[in-house]
Design a protein around this ligand. Structure first.
Ligand code: ADP
Ligand code: ADP
Length: 235
């Protein structure tokens, strides 16, 4: 089944002064549950807008987005918070808090969600181990490499036991070798936890390497979508 469903979604941003910017138009896409789906497109294509609508950071101007069968655009308050707990997110620039250790960064979403203190400690340690950073648990972000910071970002994104993991150019700031290790970690998590992964990137190789499904967006529209294998082997 579909973990995320875009049904004829459009998004325009109002402009200061006059007019508006069309960021997305007529987006219909099924993101299969338990798979890794890549969204590829150049800068300005609308990828981040698409991503931000999945966890309700932006509302669609038209059409509908459902996550786990629930309408994100129409969700408010507790319902929206629940959807956000089910949708973890990782970012190009990691977005870690510099005043908190690795363990404390990973614990943060659980503190916000009101998880009991004792559980937070155990779970944060488990997650730090899952991403291979147990030896660095008490270090601060400034003491870590880019790849290590992204591992913290991934562990933090998993803290609320999401069903969906969104990756917004998560490897774009990393060198090719580190990119491969982070992609491998995402693939392992997808396999071991059965998590649906939606990743956006401007790098074709990233999609080709780990995504079973993909969509290409250009100028706010989907120009191609399907199984990665079929798209890359089309004559
Ligand atoms: P991508 O992630 O593919 O680079 P974006 O979703 O960031 O694309 O942007 C798509 C289009 O929407 C661009 O024309 C961009 O300038 C515009 N846009 C994005 N966010 C905003 C915003 N908050 N206000 C106005 N225009 C925006
Ligand atoms: P298995 O039984 O196959 O080992 P589990 O579902 O029990 O897999 O998960 C193993 C570990 O991963 C547990 O510590 C669990 O809390 C954690 N876990 C399970 N699902 C998620 C998720 N969506 N996000 C983060 N951690 C998870």
């Amino acid at each position: 089944g579909a973990a995320i469903l875009f049904d004829d979604v459009g998004k325009t941003y109002p402009q200061k002064g006059a007019g508006s910017v069309m960021a997305l138009e007529g987006i219909s896409l099924e993101v299969p549950a338990g798979a890794i789906t890549g969204i590829i497109g150049r800068s300005g294509a609308g990828k981040s807008t698409l991503m931000r609508m999945v966890n309700g950071l932006e509302k669609p101007t038209s059409g509908r987005i459902t996550v786990g069968g629930r309408d994100v655009g129409a969700a408010h308050g507790a319902a929206l918070r629940e959807i956000r707990r089910e949708v973890g997110m990782i970012f190009q620039h990691f977005n870690l808090l510099s005043s908190r250790t690795v363990l404390e960064n990973v614990a943060l979403p659980m503190e916000i969600a009101g998880v009991p203190r004792g559980q937070i400690r155990t779970r944060a340690s488990d997650l730090v181990a899952r991403v291979g950073l147990e030896k660095l648990a008490n270090r601060y972000p400034a003491e870590l490499s880019g790849g290590q910071k992204q591992r913290v970002g991934i562990a933090r994104a998993l803290a609320t036991e999401p069903k969906v993991l969104l990756s917004d150019e998560a490897t774009s700031a990393l060198d090719p070798e580190t990119t491969q290790t982070v992609l491998k970690l995402l693939a392992d998590i997808n396999r071991d936890l059965g998590l649906t992964v939606l990743l956006i990137t401007h790098e074709m190789a990233v999609v080709r390497d780990i995504a079973s499904h993909m969509a290409v967006i250009d100028g706010g529209r989907i120009v191609e979508a399907g199984e990665t294998y079929d798209i890359f082997t089309t004559p």
